[in-house]
Ligand binder design. Structure first.
Ligand SMILES: [Zn+2]
Length: 214
């Protein structure tokens, strides 16, 4: 893999088109997301975006998160129970599509055709990726976790033709051109995880993979 990446980087430097990035190893570890939760997600989408669907179609944004949690299992446990979330007290409970452990293992918690509540204003079109740990620096300083995160993000963004600039940190949500929110009191709501300075580093590393194949 290292050789492949080096070869890809060399090709990118030469301005040649690149092969499609292979998906990184991903283990499916789905949280329960049955009819009740889907119905609640459709109602949430109606309230916040004016469209009564739980389906995620043509995602345009990838949002990177810090889970504030010490293990992938703890992250999954938090999302698995469908109870009102402690911050906004809404149903369905919050979730993200993926979690990247500090070992570099990647777990898929929710399939990519289903909306998750992870970023106010963007849940109608955004894929959410959680990282085990407590600060952006934890991931940027962990070669295995960062490498897995970048490979996952590159594969997703090429699969859906998402621009590098639309790979954002949660803390950048309010400046996304895709941000929309019908409830006035939530229009400025965001979180502090993956600040702009961290994401500048992250996006710079992502660009080193080169462009997606046409
Ligand atoms: Zn977040």
């Amino acid at each position: 893999m290292k050789l492949l990446l080096l070869a890809a980087a060399a090709l990118a430097g030469a301005g040649l088109s690149l092969p499609s990035p292979p998906p990184p190893p991903i283990k499916a570890w789905p949280i329960p997301y049955g009819q009740k939760r889907k119905h609640e997600m459709a109602q949430y989408s109606q309230r916040h975006y004016g469209e009564g669907t739980w389906r995620l179609r043509h995602p345009r944004v990838i949002v990177e998160h810090m889970a504030q949690s010490g293990s992938a299992a703890a992250v999954r446990n938090t999302f698995a129970r469908d109870v009102p979330d402690p911050e906004l007290h809404e149903l369905p409970n919050v979730c993200s599509h993926f979690v990247v452990a500090d070992s570099g293992r990647i777990f898929r918690l929710v399939n990519l055709r289903t909306r998750c509540r992870h970023t106010v204003g963007l849940n109608w079109t955004a894929i959410g990726i959680e990282h085990v740990g407590y600060s952006d620096g934890d991931v940027l300083g962990d070669r295995r976790q960062l490498g897995a995160s970048l490979r996952l993000t590159q594969w997703l963004r090429c699969r859906f033709r998402i621009k590098v600039r639309d790979v954002i940190g949660h803390a950048e949500s309010l400046t996304s051109p895709y941000h929309r929110e019908r409830i006035p009191s939530l229009r400025r709501q965001t979180h502090g995880d993956w600040r702009h300075a961290s994401m500048q580093v992250y996006r710079q590393k992502l660009r080193r993979f080169g462009p997606c194949p046409r």
